[in-house]
Design a protein around this ligand. Structure first.
Ligand code: ATP
Ligand code: MG
Length: 573
């Protein structure tokens, strides 16, 4: 340590909110260069390399082959798939000296599809899985928590190419299993949740989320069945339709000054002479959507009045279309939209697409807008008085909602996405007409899977899950060093003894960080706790009697051992 390129800091960085960020900076593992852009200093780089090693070993074990593609990519391929546009502001775009458009790769489906197309042309070549561990660039709207959400970050991305759907399912399964082994080896607590596909388009998709209150992903789980899903992926358990026959006619009532659900519920309770709940009302939210290459169109969304529209669920349901709220100008241009009193009737009469929450099944009766200022209609029955154009998963999911598998209630938790497995299908092989000669002489089009692991993010995730109030606490598999050997005795013989011990450990294959600095034992102990090696060996006062102290950073337990036994004991752990 007397010549290690390391400075530990006493104070937390001013911009840090989460523990991993504070500790990785204080312990001198990483340094900030710009928002979401970090340097790796020696100790941090060692952890990053360890994570890479584990990921690489498990990828190799499923037969995936490592290659590296450039991060600097020409525009064309991303134009072909429309992602040059679809990625929006998250894409780093740049030009070369001749004015040619380039981007810094955020993910590489296009390039892998083209790479396989370039090399392979027969069914005999398949299946094949390729991967890379490479630096990615995304101009994230909110880079956050140091390396947890960077604008430059290291990802392992792999891509499988199969000729059949069964083959894809097998490649997907192999990746999913490999990911379970990776995260288990790294000592990460995680759940697997079913996910929506995001901007990529495709079918089966699951995310690996590390348990952490610092996470940005909210997911829900059912403790009874083990069901877990991203909030965006939760399918509402729809009730059975109700009989329509015998339901009273819909009636329009004057409900002055009731543009909100609360005011409506109060007015309705007075009118009906009973306590009406918000769940009996149907709230109609207007947005505008634009499909890729299309024009903005109005969309009405009907949800029970006791629920808000969840923007993320709405966006996920409408993807790849964009969604925006209406402006005053939009309302002015569509006078049939009476703000606060919008009902299904005016929407359907004016050709506005109208989608409802899955709870709005046939036979359900609603209090909703009558499309006139200060008026609501009571007893409007779905399937009799209005027929929506379909259903949409847009309403918020709440704790206590029934699990889609019917097994119990949902509870929510937070997590950090550490991996994603995804059956892409033929989106990219279609885009680039990747065809190979089939067994019967006819061309076949491979189907793809894509699979990501947040390699640099994992360093932060592990720090987040494993630290204590004193500092970092690395699991043995990825610690920068196995042993932190502290010389806490000024005596020249003790120093020599420590150096000999370091050498013996090192000869036995144990990686040692030797604190040979001229600093007080107190400073050294504090740093050893902050830096977080799994074992701390102290050559201190006991050295005169032939003993050293071995401290376990995880359990906090300390043991005096005869110096002659230390190497064996550590090797045998
Ligand atoms: P997130 O929802 O966290 O933005 P994502 O859905 O954009 O993630 P993918 O495109 O599936 O992520 O990328 C694969 C993996 O790369 C993710 O599971 C995550 O671990 C990691 N990752 C994604 N974005 C970042 C980032 N900005 N910084 C660090 N790691 C990231
Ligand atoms: Mg993202």
């Amino acid at each position: 340590m007397s010549h290690l390129f390391l400075r530990t800091l006493r104070d937390d960085p001013a911009d840090a909110e989460v523990a991993s960020h504070k500790l990785l900076v204080r312990a001198g593992y990483v340094r900030r260069i710009a928002p979401g852009v970090y340097s790796w200093l020696p100790l941090g780089l060692r952890v990053l390399r360890q994570v890479e090693r584990v990921v690489r070993e498990e990828m190799n074990s499923i037969g995936a082959q490592e290659i590296v593609l450039p991060a600097l990519l020409p525009r064309d391929a991303y134009e072909t798939t429309n992602r040059w546009t679809e990625y929006g502001d998250s894409l780093f775009r740049l030009q070369d000296r001749k004015g040619g458009d380039y981007l810094l790769g955020p993910t590489h489906e296009e390039m892998f599809a083209l790479t396989v197309k370039g090399e392979y042309n027969s069914y005999k070549d398949f299946p094949v899985t390729l991967y890379q561990i490479q630096t990615k660039y995304r101009d994230e709207e909110r880079p956050r928590a140091g390396i947890l959400r960077g604008r430059e970050f290291v990802m392992k991305d792999s891509y499988s190419f199969d000729l059949t759907d069964e083959g894809l399912a097998e490649s997907y399964r192999a990746h999913r299993d490999a990911y379970e082994r990776i995260f288990t080896r790294l000592g990460v607590e995680y759940v697997i949740v079913s996910a929506t596909s995001g901007a990529m388009g495709g079918s089966a998709s699951e995310e690996f989320l590390a348990d952490s209150p610092a996470g940005e992903d909210t997911y829900v789980r059912c403790l009874e069945s083990g069901y877990a899903a991203n909030v965006e992926a939760v399918k509402t358990l729809a009730p059975e339709p109700l009989p329509i026959d015998g339901q009273p006619e819909a009636v329009v009532h004057d409900t002055p000054d009731t543009p909100t659900i609360d005011t409506l519920v109060a007015a309705a309770s007075t009118i009906l002479g009973r306590e009406v709940t918000a769940a009996e009302t149907l709230k109609n939210v207007l947005v505008k959507v634009r499909r890729p290459g299309g024009d903005w169109e109005l969309l009405g969304i009907g949800v029970p009045g006791d629920r808000e529209v969840d923007d993320k669920r709405l966006e996920a349901s409408l993807e790849p279309a964009e969604v925006e709220l209406l402006t005053e100008a939009d309302f002015a241009a569509n006078p049939f939209l009476v703000k606060g009193y919008i009902g299904p009737k005016a929407l359907l009469a004016n050709g506005v697409r109208y989608l409802v929450d899955p709870r709005v099944v046939d036979g359900t009766s609603w209090i909703t807008g009558a499309d006139e200022q200060g008026k609501h209609v009571f007893g409007l029955v779905a399937g009799r008085d209005f027929t929506p154009d379909g259903t949409i998963e847009a309403a918020e999911v709440r704790d206590g909602d029934p699990s889609p598998d019917g097994a119990g209630a949902l509870v929510s938790a937070r997590g950090i996405e550490i991996g994603h497995v995804f059956q892409l299908g033929r989106k990219y092989t279609d885009a680039f007409a990747v065809d190979v000669l089939g067994e019967n002489g006819k061309p076949v089009r491979p189907t793809m899977g894509s699979y990501g692991v947040g390699v640099s993010r994992l360093v932060a995730v592990i720090a987040e899950q494993q630290h204590d109030e004193k500092g970092l606490r690395w699991p043995a598999e990825i610690a920068p060093f196995d042993v932190h050997l502290v010389i806490a005795n000024k005596d020249e013989q003790a120093r020599e003894g420590a150096e000999n011990l370091a050498e013996e450990l090192s000869n036995a294959g144990v990686e040692v960080l030797l604190d040979d600095r001229k600093a007080s034992p107190g400073v050294k102990f504090k740093d050893s706790e902050l830096l977080g090696m799994p074992l701390v060996v102290v050559v201190g006062r006991g050295f005169a009697d032939g003993t050293v102290e071995v401290r376990d950073r995880f359990s906090g337990e300390a043991e005096e051992l005869p110096i002659g036994e230390v190497v064996q004991r550590i090797v045998n752990r």
